[in-house]
Design a protein around this ligand. Structure first.
Ligand code: FES
Length: 115
């Protein structure tokens, strides 16, 4: 006999308006007035990033900015803690795959380092 897995989270009834976002190019309607992490979890997203070394899947753990397991790219900015950012209509969110590239060195700093 197979059983249907129970959802990890059950949203409390509330009057918050839903917002439309994209996660890895998938359109989602999620509850608003909460963190990106809470909104994605409510939509059934269970994999937020992959570790740089093994590629193991990761998802939010602490929901308070301490563990960094919830890192995603939001509107083109990598390494955002999704539990610390309020979801907004139109956000484009991508899972973070492995290590991020370092940002380019500004020209003013290149001169200081003799490059
Ligand atoms: S879930 Fe721990 S830092 Fe976001």
């Amino acid at each position: 006999m197979t059983s249907t897995p129970l959802p990890l989270f059950k949203a409390l009834p509330c009057a918050d308006a839903s917002v439309d976002i994209w996660f890895n190019d998938q359109p989602l309607r999620v509850p608003g007035s909460r963190s990106v992490a809470a909104a994605l979890l409510a939509a059934g997203i269970a994999r937020f990033r992959a570790t740089p070394v093994s590629g193991a899947p990761r998802a939010p753990y602490c929901m308070m900015g301490a563990c960094f397991e919830c890192l995603v790219e939001i509107d083109g900015v990598p390494s955002r803690q999704s539990c610390m950012v309020t979801v907004r209509d139109g956000m484009r969110i991508r899972s973070q795959e492995g290590a991020r590239d370092l940002p380019p060195i500004p020209a003013s700093l290149e001169d200081a380092h003799g490059r």
